[in-house]
Design a protein around this ligand. Structure first.
Ligand SMILES: Nc1nc2c(ncn2[C@@H]2O[C@H](COP(=O)(O)OP(=O)(O)OP(=O)(O)O)[C@@H](O)[C@H]2O)c(=O)[nH]1
Ligand SMILES: [Zn+2]
Length: 207
């Protein structure tokens, strides 16, 4: 059985284009299944709208991490870079409802000092967030991309998110936040570095 967390990365080239008519037909079916009338005025455009919304929130399936981490500079900077509180919207693959929160993404550049633009770290989060996901996989995919594509010496990703499948339905526990973290390379092996990253993430060095 394949490990549901460590899903093998699919090449976006192997993923068919978003099938708008098929998605519209499925939404229409869902409306019928819940006992609604897809022909009533307010719902006439709904299948097309919902389909477009799904295309948007799953756009990451057709994107490659290496295509967003393109801009790299050789600044000779080899100290930690960390972007905190990157807003995040993703979709839980179990219920297809959103989970939302923040990602904190940090890395220690390669010795060559190869770094990327800070906005690219936020784009990287979106590449993996805009797909049906589980939070654990999202976390490890982002950290592994930093290690392989930027050849970072170390990397850390912490995600704090609220899952609507836990708040709007099911167990209905509003406010519960799930925290996941993934740590690689020197961030894992060097205690001081790791402590520095965690202090930055938790904002204890802010003042
Ligand atoms: N580990 C993990 N679990 C998740 C994530 N998103 C949703 N889940 C959980 O996936 C589980 C699916 O469990 P099931 O028992 O099959 O589904 P369910 O009957 O709808 O479960 P309830 O949500 O408890 O009502 C639930 O416990 C969800 O809370 C995630 O990102 N990571
Ligand atoms: Zn869910």
């Amino acid at each position: 059985m394949t490990d549901p967390i460590a899903l093998p990365e699919r090449d976006p080239g192997d993923i068919p284009d978003f099938d708008q008519p098929r998605a519209e037909a499925a939404v229409r079916e869902l409306l019928l299944a819940i006992g609604e009338d897809p022909e009533r005025e307010g719902l006439l455009e709904t299948p097309a709208r919902v389909a477009r919304a799904y295309a948007e929130v799953t756009a990451g399936l057709r994107m490659r991490a290496e295509d967003v981490l393109t801009t790299t500079f050789d600044l000779g900077h080899d100290e930690m870079v960390l972007v905190r509180d990157i807003e995040l919207w993703s979709m839980c693959e179990h219920h297809l409802v959103p989970f939302t929160g923040v990602a904190h993404v940090g890395y220690i550049p390669a010795e060559s000092g190869k770094i990327t633009g800070i906005s690219k770290l936020a784009r990287l989060v979106d590449v993996y967030a805009q797909r049906p996901q589980v939070q654990e996989r999202l976390t490890t995919q982002v950290v592994d991309a930093l290690m392989t594509i930027l050849e970072a010496r170390g990397a850390v990703v912490v995600i704090e998110a609220e899952h609507l499948c836990m708040t709007m339905r099911g167990v209905r526990k509003a406010g519960a936040r799930t925290v996941t973290s993934a740590v690689r390379g020197t961030m894992l092996t060097d205690r001081a570095t790791r402590a520095e990253a965690m202090a930055l993430i938790h904002g204890t060095t802010r003042r």
